[in-house]
Design a protein around this ligand. Structure first.
Ligand SMILES: C[S@@+](CC[C@H](N)C(=O)[O-])C[C@H]1O[C@@H](n2cnc3c(N)ncnc32)[C@H](O)[C@@H]1O
Ligand SMILES: [Zn+2]
Length: 337
């Protein structure tokens, strides 16, 4: 980590300021090894491979998440290769033969760029990515001219925060990497212009707390954006990864009302934006139909077809989709008031 990043960090135990200590390895101003010490309570946070570790005392829910991802990736998969990570989010059949996986990644990549356009960056924004995993999006933020921080609870290369190094070595970029739980963020109030998450917020089993923390560290007028989060429809139907749940990963699905309430609770004004929802993706749409994501109920089907037609204005379609679908992905930009 860079020495000047310490200026906006604080202790997760008591909120006190942090001091750098025991620096044993430094390269080009990047501290590779050392520790941060709280000047108030004395808590210590180690720095290893340039990554600060705030995970010493996580709760059982987060512990289960960390162990779940370790189990998920204990058999070697196609994903555990530098070239796979470095191709994200636009995988080719040569890199990943699994078409379903390629469709979802492409969808997330497309929504990401739509969202960035909506934000209208002016350059130099400080961005925090929650649940950054492979850091594909953190790298994109840097390429868009932002100063970025990647944060996750998983450490491992290829599916955790250590993947950040792959991008930095390959692209000659730099971003901060932190191991930390999103419910207890180690940053001073009003530290960020943008806070972002892709398919990560639903891993919070306490979104009220998560959004209060996000609101605290966001500057007034700053934006929170999350994309590709699962959504329960109004009668509670949902589709989340069953295999992940079996492994102990926290796969939650909230309704549009729950998301909005939690975001407002963090002092932000939410504005959901176009639900991409495979609408422009013929293959994805066919797959959804094949998987019977479409309701057999004719009234619901009528509502759904309206949501997919161009008769209605885009904003209304987004809302119909979010209320009725089990496969909808929730995308929102929210402004800190
Ligand atoms: C479905 S993955 C999405 C990863 C990445 N954003 C992407 O687009 O590929 C969810 C990520 O959220 C992380 N996560 C889960 N609970 C978390 C928590 N409490 N704090 C921070 N990150 C968390 C997981 O470790 C995982 O990397
Ligand atoms: Zn402290």
């Amino acid at each position: 980590m860079k020495a000047n990043t310490v200026a906006y960090l604080r202790c997760i135990t008591c909120g006190g300021g942090l001091l750098m200590d025991d620096v044993t390895e430094e390269s080009n101003g990047d501290i590779r090894s050392g520790k941060l010490i709280c000047e108030q309570c004395g808590a210590e946070y180690p720095i290893e491979d340039g990554i600060v570790d705030f995970l010493a005392e996580v709760d059982l829910v987060v512990r289960s998440e960390i162990e779940g991802w370790e189990k998920m990736y204990s058999p070697k998969t196609v994903e555990q290769r530098p070239e796979w990570v470095l191709s994200l989010p636009y995988l080719t059949p040569e890199i990943d033969p699994d078409e379903d996986s390629r469709i979802v990644w492409k969808r997330n990549g497309d929504i990401f760029h739509q969202m960035v356009k909506k934000l209208g960056l002016t350059g130099g924004e400080r961005v925090l990515e929650l649940g950054a995993s492979t850091c594909w999006a953190t790298q994109q933020w840097v390429e868009y001219g932002c100063e970025a921080v990647a944060l996750d609870v998983t450490k491992n290369l290829y599916y955790g925060i250590k993947s950040g190094q792959l991008w930095m070595d390959d692209r000659g970029s730099y971003f901060e990497r932190m191991l930390c739980d999103m419910h207890k963020l180690p940053f001073e109030d009003s530290s960020f212009d943008i806070i972002f998450a892709c398919a990560a917020m639903h891993h919070s089993s306490d979104i009220e707390t998560a959004f209060r923390e996000i609101g605290r560290i966001l500057k007034k007028g700053g934006r929170f954006a999350c994309i590709a989060e699962p959504l329960s429809n109004i009668i509670g139907e949902t589709q989340v990864g069953e295999h992940e749940i079996e492994l102990g990963i926290n796969e939650n699905s909230y309704t549009i009302f729950e998301w909005k309430r939690a975001i407002r609770g963090g002092g932000m004004k939410p504005e959901p934006f176009l639900d991409y929802h495979y609408r422009d993706d013929k293959t994805g749409l066919a797959k959804l139909r094949a998987e019977k994501a479409y309701s057999p109920n004719p009234i619901k089907r009528l509502i759904k077809s309206l949501a997919f037609s161009d008769i209605l204005p885009a904003r209304l379609r987004v809302h119909i989709n979010m209320l009725t679908s089990q496969m909808s992905c929730f995308n929102v930009v929210a402004v800190k008031q």
